[in-house]
Design a protein around this ligand. Structure first.
Ligand code: UVW
Length: 314
């Protein structure tokens, strides 16, 4: 009788095709490996001059390849985000030199549109941010008093592009394809590359083909790294992880009870920055897998992130 009851219970249980991920308690993630009170997380790699010098040694031809999209009305927006540029006309100064003066007002979530860099104030676990700063203590009406994006500074590091779409022989991974640690390791092996601590790790899914062309599909879902791949990437100790999709991670997550858990794994649990909506077509077409990566977020005091214009130099 008892055995039959267990069998029935097992059959009724939902089939879970993925390893369950649960939030680590504060005692496991704080203080961060960079020390109590640290606000820079993976950005601490920039304190090591070797991070910069390793990138410099990769520059052989001086070719610059841009990795940012133009900010404008044609870009895809996550949720209710906006970007409006109003030309602020303008005036003609007095004087015989007829000097006219033009400027603009931009209304936007300027830290979270277009090609964008996520700071640590962007994502929480309940009330808790990276290194267990509390939103309720550091959020003010005019910005975050801790973890603001102005503290990140210049990132100049070895860039490594992991071509997962190329590994799979497709232009674009499927709409909700979860990139696994195996995918990343196989792609690296195929490209004859090894990651090093302090690298800017960039993942090509091919999803960027939809950017500005089919924005509705671009933001509806996306292939990207899953929980296991994110945890593997964290172990490689990168300065940041970026991708050509809007959240870096697979969305929706295969575990329907989780909302963008990889955002929490990178930003809140481990203090690793992420970089979204990268334009990777030129790098991929030219098969540039290793390069000097350069980018500096805007110094917006107390902001959660920054629109950015990264570039690869080789
Ligand atoms: C969220 O804010 C969840 O989105 P993103 O960081 O991907 O822009």
């Amino acid at each position: 009788m008892k055995r039959t009851a267990i069998a029935i219970a097992l059959l009724a249980a939902p089939v879970v095709a993925f390893a369950q991920w649960n939030l680590p308690p504060e005692s496991q993630r704080c203080p961060s490996k960079w020390g109590a009170g640290d606000e820079r997380g993976s950005g601490n790699h920039m304190k090591n001059p070797e991070t910069v010098l390793r990138a410099v040694r990769l520059i052989k031809t001086g070719e610059v390849i841009e990795m940012a999209y133009v900010l404008g009305p044609g870009m895809p927006f996550f949720g209710t985000r906006i970007f409006n540029l109003h030309t602020k006309r303008t005036f003609m100064n007095t004087g015989r030199n007829t000097r006219g003066s033009n400027e603009e007002v931009v209304t936007s979530e300027i830290g979270q549109v277009g090609t964008q860099f996520d700071g640590f104030a962007h994502q929480t676990i309940g009330d808790s941010l990276y290194n267990c700063f509390k939103v309720s203590e550091v959020a003010t009406r005019s910005g975050f008093t801790k973890l603001g994006v102005e503290k990140v500074g210049m990132i100049f590091a070895r860039g490594v592009l992991i071509d997962v779409a190329g590994l799979k022989g497709v232009e674009m991974l499927g709409d909700t394809y979860e990139i696994t640690p195996d995918d990343l390791q196989q792609a690296l092996a195929k490209q004859k590359l090894k990651l090093q601590p302090g690298d800017a790790v960039i993942i090509h899914t091919g999803w960027g083909k939809l950017y500005g062309k089919d924005n509705a599909r671009f933001v509806k879902s996306t292939p990207g790294v899953g929980v296991a791949a994110a945890e593997w990437l964290v172990k490689q100790d990168p300065v940041l992880v970026g991708s050509d999709n809007w959240p870096v991670e697979v969305a929706p997550n295969p575990d329907k009870d989780l909302s963008l858990p990889v955002h929490q794994i990178f930003l809140a649990v481990n203090g690793v920055h992420i970089l979204e909506n990268l334009k990777l077509d030129e790098l991929v077409a030219k098969r540039v897998w290793e390069f000097a990566f350069t980018m500096q977020p805007l110094k917006i005091q107390g902001a959660s992130g920054s629109t950015v214009a990264p570039a690869a130099i080789r």
